[in-house]
Design a protein around this ligand. Structure first.
Ligand SMILES: Cc1cc2nc3c(=O)[nH]c(=O)nc-3n(C[C@H](O)[C@H](O)[C@H](O)COP(=O)(O)OP(=O)(O)OC[C@H]3O[C@@H](n4cnc5c(N)ncnc54)[C@H](O)[C@@H]3O)c2cc1C
Length: 500
């Protein structure tokens, strides 16, 4: 075997999964078709539960450049509505601004520190799987090579070779009614308010940056991610098809059309990325596993990018998959553990497709949409509705199905409770399962699993249960006073599996 796991695709998701696997004692190999990290502008940040997940991995400071722990964002957006979350109790929405290129550079550096092999300029061309492993045909700068691995993971993006060759369908819909155009500019407009970053818009007055805005002509957004430079974006419906290279003038004119007046802008210094995208896809792989081949990230799901949910979804797929693959390779995985990856993550992906497609519908023009928006906007005046939307965007409403005795925490993300001089987020940095024992009575019960599960005698002002079993991905596998033995077997295998 050349590696325990070969990951096709060294984008953000492939790199993150490789780091997670390495930390779990697995030897991954990343194959990346491009010779260098792409400089194409894509994500501007992480949004949702993934920000806390990065904190629970000890990566928040490294990625954000700020001291942790992260705090919830006071404002966000949904379908062109501003979401004021300041009064929302237990606001679940976190953000971590970071351009995708920088994210990839930082994950790449982390992978290098962990000793992960990342082969750039290596492209997976084809593969065949058998009972024991997968044989890969790879094009490298030095010619073709054949590699052998126990598992192949496709993190090779929306057009995934792995997905297609594994024969996994990608059903869903393509909405080609609208065109988005984006670019980086300097706004030299007297209607830009320097103190607040707002922009004067006809009929609307001053509108705020960092969100999409609905107009009868389409939707627009603007935001400054570096001093003096603005991202501008527009989405227009039912326009004549345009081909050929995109220019600054095209991006500017579309933005001005939608805003409803001439906004004085000029190309940002060095900006050459003028983008036009026709419509969007909402598609999801039928299954995330085919034998020894697994899919995740954009290879498993694509959706409209409004609200930026892609990396929240993809990186948490990786978090879910890594420890299960490591268990399989370590020989202690209980029967069916790896299949829970699809069972748990597929519904989460479906929900992201749901809310991003809903956002496109709410952003499209028309009197009917205007009417729906008015009602929706009135609902958003209620804290409880804003909270529901924030949970949806964050993925904080995720609850994995589990068979243990019901408890409000079961299947949910383990909250970052204070634990004396430490907190849950710091305890989870080991990347291992942990039993938080709030009574001191469970040490003996967990002893036979100590190679897979840490035991922590923990104290917190209001313990949620006598003890809580947290999986390595931060989700609660069991909480209560009885039934621990069964939960340990369900998630961490029989004791004899490792001893033998
Ligand atoms: C304009 C735009 C804005 C976005 N904004 C946000 C945002 O603000 N927040 C957010 O969370 N998400 C955002 N997204 C989505 C986010 O960029 C994607 O979800 C993310 O890039 C997915 O990462 P990935 O690693 O799964 O796939 P990719 O980033 O597509 O990486 C796949 C990698 O696989 C490589 N590859 C492909 N085929 C092969 C092969 N056969 N062999 C070897 N390597 C191969 C590719 O070269 C590529 O490097 C945005 C997307 C776009 C387009």
């Amino acid at each position: 075997m050349n590696a325990d796991v070969v990951i096709a695709g060294g984008g953000p998701n492939g790199l993150f999964l490789a780091c997670e696997l390495r930390r779990a004692g697995v030897t991954p190999l990343v194959l990346e078709r491009l010779a260098e990290i792409s400089t194409q502008p894509k994500a501007n940040g992480l949004v949702g539960r993934v920000v806390q997940a990065m904190d629970y991995r000890g990566l928040y400071e490294r990625l954000s450049g700020r001291p942790g722990p992260p705090t919830p964002t006071p404002v966000y957006q949904f379908a062109g509505f501003g979401l004021d979350l300041r009064a929302v109790a237990g606001n679940p929405l976190y953000t971590l601004p970071i351009p995708q290129r920088v994210l990839e550079e930082r994950l790449d550096a982390y992978a290098a520190e962990l000793g992960v092999a990342v082969r750039r300029g290596w492209e997976l061309e084809s593969f065949e799987q058998d009972d024991d492993g997968v044989t890969l045909e790879v094009r490298t700068p030095a010619g073709r090579q054949r590699l052998r691995t126990r598992f192949l993971v496709g993190a090779d993006g929306a057009h995934s070779t792995v997905r297609k060759q594994a024969g996994i369908g990608f059903p869903g819909s393509t909405d080609d009614r609208f065109v988005t155009r984006t670019g980086l500019v300097v706004i030299r407009d007297p209607g830009l308010v320097p103190e607040t970053g707002e922009l004067e818009v006809p009929d609307e007055g001053r509108v705020r940056p960092l969100q999409w805005h609905w107009t009868p002509r389409g939707a627009f957004a603007f935001a400054s991610f570096e001093p003096g430079v603005h991202f501008i974006g527009s989405a227009e419906w039912d326009q004549p098809a345009v081909d050929g290279p995109v220019t600054f003038e095209e991006v500017r004119d579309a933005f001005c059309r939608v805003v409803g007046r001439d906004v004085v802008v000029e190309p940002a210094p060095g900006a050459a990325e003028w983008k036009r995208r026709a419509g969007s896809n909402a598609r999801q792989a039928e299954r995330y596993r085919e034998g020894r081949v697994l899919l995740f990230g954009d290879a498993a799901h694509v959706h409209p990018s409004f609200g930026g949910p892609g990396l929240n979804l993809g990186l948490q797929d990786g978090l879910n998959l890594a420890w299960k693959l490591a268990a399989e390779l370590g020989g202690w995985a209980p029967d069916g553990l790896l299949d829970t990856y699809h069972r748990e993550r597929h519904p989460v992906g479906r929900r992201v497709l749901l809310h991003t497609v809903a956002q496109v519908a709410l952003l499209s023009p028309g009197e009917d949409v205007r009417a729906v928006r008015q009602i929706f906007g009135e609902l958003l005046d209620e804290d409880v509705v804003r909270r529901r939307i924030a949970e949806l965007l964050a993925g904080a409403d995720v609850r994995y199905e589990m068979s243990a005795a019901p408890h409000p925490l079961l299947g949910r993300w383990m909250p970052d409770l204070p634990l004396g001089t430490t907190r849950v987020g710091e305890v989870m940095r080991a990347g291992r399962a942990v039993l938080l024992d709030f009574t001191g009575e469970f040490g003996e019960a967990v002893e036979p699993w100590r190679d897979r599960v840490d035991h922590l005698r923990a104290e917190t002002p209001e313990p949620p249960a006598p003890a809580v079993l947290v999986r390595p991905d931060g989700y609660v596998a069991w909480a209560g006073g009885s039934g621990l033995d069964e939960a340990l077997r369900t998630w961490f295998g029989a004791v004899t599996a490792v001893a033998g």
